[in-house]
Design a protein around this ligand. Structure first.
Ligand code: SF4
Length: 102
């Protein structure tokens, strides 16, 4: 019993670290979800609804948005507007805010 408990205590943090390191990836935002529909999120900015969202401009996409949580080169990343899911690097939504130049 003691051995099993010790082993469990050793394994659980290691498993958690592996998950955090990318072993488990959050699901992608479902474009059909109420939040995505409300914000007009699309996984490819080329499909942005330009008649509904007049503020869309060519070149806007998640990777140049101030809310993008990824690093350069990431294909997907978190966005605080879609907790627990990930957005596509090429994505777009109506909350787009250009990231200030660094
Ligand atoms: S807020 Fe920015 S990073 Fe988040 S989905 Fe919209 S465009 Fe992409």
């Amino acid at each position: 019993m003691q051995t099993t408990r010790r082993r469990f205590i050793r394994i659980v943090p290691a498993a958690g670290a592996a998950l955090l390191a990318g072993g488990a990836r959050a699901a992608m935002v479902d474009e059909a979800s109420p939040q995505a529909r409300a914000l007009g999120y699309v996984a490819d900015a080329a499909r942005a609804d330009k008649s509904r969202f007049k503020q869309y401009a060519a070149g806007q996409r998640c990777t140049v948005c101030a809310l993008w949580q990824g690093r350069p080169g990431d294909a997907v990343a978190a966005c605080p507007l879609f907790p627990g899911t990930q957005v596509d690097a090429r994505g777009w939504c109506s909350a787009f805010a250009k990231r200030p130049a660094s």
